[in-house]
Ligand binder design. Sequence first.
Ligand code: CP
Ligand code: NVA
Length: 296
Amino acid sequence: MLDFSREEIHEVLDTAMHMRAEGYGRELPLRGKTLAMIFQKPSLRTRVSFETGMTKLGGHAIYLAPTDISLGKRETTEDIALVLSRYVDIIMARVFGHDIVEDLARYAKVPVINGLSDHEHPCQIMADFQTILERKGKLEGIRACFIGDGNNVANSLMLGAARVGMHMTVITPPGYEPTAAVVSSANDAAASTGSKIAVSNDIAAVSGADVLYTDVWASMGQEAEAAERKNVFEKYRIDAGTFEMADPEAVILHCLPAHYGDEIEYETSRLPNSAIFDQAENRMHAQNALMLHLAG
Ligand code: CP
Ligand code: NVA
């Protein structure tokens, strides 16, 4: 998330909002370009939004399933990056270890987009920022709270918020906070934007929030911990009670997939304040703008 300056983030978001408002027309700015999409984990939104987005921009996307290239088993990450760079114009990768996407970026001769790693989910945050801009008209000074696990989405939100001057409180059960390293990077970035970054174990910290955000309690790769986490995270959810404490105009966000009844109540997710399906749509516009920025 910190690879982009505040200005670059706003530039991409301006293009994304223009695309959503005006449609794609006949321009096809990525005609003849190809995107390789490497997946080590499942996906609905990331795969379909990137593939459809590339089609709308006149380019082509290739889906590489976990078993197609067996990243790190059949071939080294270095060789995959070097070979793909001879064919395609952009690589997007959804991986377990963050080091894999960093290695791809290190060795590739073309831009590499993180489509989610265990550590970060920056494409999601670009779509979320677009959604917040659409609902609130600004990012700077917005008071956002993330409730749940201090995971990849929480990390990218915290770092992105620090970059654009949005205030961010991550509320987790004790022991599930974002790492000290992420909080420290966020605080460093926040120093120049006035963003206030906080971590709390108290759900009452949502009081007066403009944005309420949650995500699954157990991420992809943590399935074995899911049962235990259900008990630990019981209070850390978006429901009528949490919503009541936030600002009455608060926007409700969830990156999806959702586990209704766990981290978010179904009824609360369907309130007019909820923008969860705008977020899903905006994945495509934000990523299209990002691809144009990188390879247009
Ligand atoms: N939000 C998101 O990244 O969804 P997928 O896992 O379905 O791609
Ligand atoms: N934190 C979740 C996000 C899914 C889009 C996961 O990594 O599974």
